[in-house]
Design a protein around this ligand. Structure first.
Ligand code: SAM
Length: 406
């Protein structure tokens, strides 16, 4: 009986798309193992002249979009409804359909008068919101990301995609935090400042937020150029400072960002964020040498690690996994995901850590870290060492009153 009800719902969904009557569909009450999956929003799209359904999987701190053709969408519904998904609301211009499951998981399909009288225009594949406008954009021109005609210069397209995506992620995360005063943002290892300028411009000029943004960079020449461009753009609250990340001493950072800070510079970055009790840390790591050197000697994994590329990949995974655990140990809810397709950069992982007030299961997390280190033959992780060496530094630990549960 359940089977027929679910089939009926799925048929209504597919037919409404085929008949151009579909408005939207939301799947909720998710009981799958994916703990932070909150709901799934479905809209109709036209991709290369094919009608498809675009599923947005809404996780606690990110969205993941998957496009399904109608057969795949139907299969998804038949497989998941009643098992991992216990509520589905379908809106068409003919009727609304609400599929519910009671405690015994018996399905009920409720049909109601349509709420909507018009379908939404089908979104096409090529319509994509850009967070950074190239129009009359002085800094992009001076940084040689766009040419005189305003077009993105060929070898800068990947970088432009990366910073756009980074800004999009900051945009969604910043909206979840309420800041009372000026928001102080530091970009560690800012290089030529592509990301730093874009973040400032978007938050200040598009969102109208009261932000102060600073790029930290060792190379004096880059710092000088970036400061001069910031001045020409009249970006008054944007500046660049020549400093090594590890020597940076400000402790009132609200948001800390970094894009491809090399090797342990990412650890220095995360450490500065933790030390500052930053509300948000967003960092895309780069070249994981520190752990790799130690893993090489790990006998247990010799059969894998004798292949250079597998050793490299494993070093990345282990380094970032330990980083995530160390952040959790400091009361940061941490997530790691691919922020952009690998076609734009191989270094496409993003660590996103949000400060929480939840209790820390300190002993449990420490055990996980030890187990990981033992498994991979790691003597020390650079971030762990930084945290341990400075554990008694009360100037920052006092900033950070969190509850420890053993
Ligand atoms: C790969 S580049 C990335 C630059 C920029 N974030 C971007 O994505 O375009 C890394 C930058 O970090 C800087 N850097 C590396 N280690 C650093 C450190 N310890 N302190 C400050 N800057 C550092 C380098 O000079 C370089 O400009």
């Amino acid at each position: 009986m359940n089977e027929n009800t679910i089939k009926n719902f799925s048929t209504q969904l597919i037919q409404s798309v085929e008949n151009k009557e579909f408005v939207k569909c939301t799947l909720g009450k998710i009981t799958s193992n994916e703990k932070d999956l909150q709901n799934i929003y479905i809209k109709a799209v036209e991709l290369k002249n094919n009608l498809m359904l675009s599923f947005t999987f809404r996780y606690e701190r990110r969205d993941e979009v998957k496009n399904f053709n109608l057969t795949e969408a139907n299969d998804f519904m038949l497989q998941k409804l009643g098992n991992e998904i216990l509520s589905a609301d379908l809106y068409t211009i003919r009727k609304n359909y609400f599929l519910k499951f009671n405690k015994k998981r018996i399905a009920q399909l409720i049909e109601q008068k349509a709420t909507f009288s018009q379908i939404t225009n089908l979104q096409h594949n090529n319509i994509k919101k850009r967070y950074i406008s190239t129009e009359n954009n002085i800094y992009l021109h001076r940084l040689e990301v766009i040419g005189n005609n305003g077009q993105i210069i060929k070898n800068k397209e990947d970088k432009f995609k990366q910073i756009n995506k980074f800004v999009e992620i900051i945009d969604s995360l910043i909206k979840e935090i309420s800041f009372e005063n000026e928001i102080k943002i530091i970009d560690m290892g800012s290089g030529k400042g592509y990301l730093t300028f874009a973040v400032y411009d978007y938050l200040k000029n598009n969102l109208g937020l009261n932000v102060k943004v600073k790029g930290i960079e060792t190379q004096e020449k880059l710092v000088k150029i970036c400061n001069s461009i910031a001045k020409d753009c009249k970006f008054d609250n944007l500046s660049f400072e020549q400093s090594n990340i590890s020597n940076f001493h400000e402790t009132d950072i609200d948001i800390l960002i970094s894009l491809h800070a090399c090797d342990t510079a990412t650890d220095d970055t995360l450490y500065q964020g933790i030390k500052s009790n930053a509300r948000l840390i967003i960092s895309s790591p780069c070249c994981h040498k520190q752990i790799r050197q130690q893993m090489n000697s790990s006998k247990k994994l010799m059969q894998i690690n004798k292949f250079g590329i597998l050793l490299e990949r494993q070093a990345e995974i282990v380094t970032d996994a330990i980083r995530a655990h160390l952040l959790e140990l400091q009361a940061y809810k941490t997530n790691i995901f691919e922020f952009i397709s690998a076609e734009y950069t191989g270094k496409n992982l993003l660590i996103v850590a949000t400060k929480t007030t939840t209790e820390i299961k300190e002993a449990e997390i420490k055990l996980k870290i030890e187990e990981l280190k033992n498994l991979f033959g790691i003597e020390y992780h650079y971030l762990e060492k930084l945290l341990e060496e400075n554990a008694n530094d009360q100037t920052w630990r006092n900033l950070n009153p969190v509850c420890h549960v053993h």
